[in-house]
Design a protein around this ligand. Structure first.
Ligand SMILES: Cc1cc2nc3c(=O)[nH]c(=O)nc-3n(C[C@H](O)[C@H](O)[C@H](O)COP(=O)(O)OP(=O)(O)OC[C@H]3O[C@@H](n4cnc5c(N)ncnc54)[C@H](O)[C@@H]3O)c2cc1C
Length: 261
């Protein structure tokens, strides 16, 4: 392990002030610590944000579910409020990794990390989420920029993620059997004004599948996407799945999600 300073501020102002130079925020440590141990990243200071009051918790209104950045995946999975208002989101959280990861990992850490195979980014796009930071509100459509890259600026802290409550929604994941990361994950939602379909695990960054969205606008049923062709151009290919296989699985997962809505 490399040497670093460990700081534990109790408020956002102090935390963001400390996050200059080669410092970085530490939430659950589920992605950051392995990266440091594997020498893929190195920092002078780790700013533990789990002691900051008000960053953890879930608030529900008639229109949205707002989840604090340091809320763990287990808290989301077990929340009665989330289960009642957006059951697909609770189910997504329950399907992340294993019990250790779910009890340490946080929603803010997951979307800040923006792993191309992570689950939450698809929920953010499909549920038209707003990312609240210490500086501004960022629509999910503008947040996820590229592989492990987001719109966050140096020292900008995610405080909460606010999801629109859909009329109906479902998430279907074809998981890597070891890590449970998505080989392909498809999140389908029917919102008040639009239908959104977000796909993770397939390209360098989560994306909306407009072809499926348009088909569902005409007829919200699994059969409505029968005639759609998904091109595998630019899709990820690795030892787990070829690009063509991923293209095929998108339709399979989309149908599964649509029929679970
Ligand atoms: C074995 C294993 C299996 C996993 N399986 C899955 C899976 O199936 N699906 C899935 O989606 N994920 C999976 N994960 C990842 C897991 O969800 C992590 O919780 C997540 O990627 C990082 O969250 P964290 O709270 O641990 O963040 P950390 O590791 O502490 O931080 C990650 C990054 O985010 C930054 N950061 C953290 N919080 C904030 C904030 N509030 N504002 C700004 N920046 C911040 C940190 O500086 C760091 O760069 C898995 C991880 C492991 C180790």
């Amino acid at each position: 392990m490399q040497n670093f300073n460990f700081k534990s501020p109790t408020n956002t102002k102090e935390a963001t002030k400390l996050a200059s130079g080669r410092a970085t925020f530490l939430a659950g440590g589920m992605s950051l610590l392995p990266a440091i141990k594997l020498r893929l990243a190195s920092y002078s200071d780790l700013i533990n944000i789990k002691k900051i009051k008000g960053l953890s918790g879930i608030k529900v209104t008639s229109k949205s579910v707002k989840i604090g950045a340091t809320t763990t995946h287990a808290m989301v999975a077990n929340s009665k409020d989330v289960g009642k208002t957006i059951p697909s989101l609770a189910m997504l959280a329950e399907g992340i990794g294993d019990p250790q990861v779910r009890n340490r990992g946080t929603i803010g850490g997951s979307i800040a990390n923006n792993d191309p195979a992570a689950d939450y980014p698809s929920a953010c796009l499909a549920l038209n989420a707003t990312i609240h930071t210490n500086k501004r509100k960022i629509p999910a459509d503008k947040f996820f920029k590229g592989m492990f890259e987001t719109d966050l600026k140096k020292g900008e802290l995610i405080e909460a993620v606010e999801f629109e409550i859909p009329e109906k929604s479902a998430y279907a994941k074809f998981p890597n059997p070891a890590s449970r990361y998505a080989i392909v994950g498809v999140y389908v939602s029917k919102l008040k004004k639009e239908i959104r379909v977000a796909v993770t695990g397939v390209e360098s960054v989560v994306f909306r599948c407009k072809k499926i969205e348009e088909a569902l606008l005409n007829n919200f049923s699994p059969s409505s996407i029968n005639s759609i062709t998904i091109s595998s151009k630019g899709f990820n290919a690795d030892i787990h799945a070829s690009a063509e296989y991923r293209a095929h699985i998108i339709k399979v997962m989309a149908k599964k999600a649509i029929s679970s809505c």
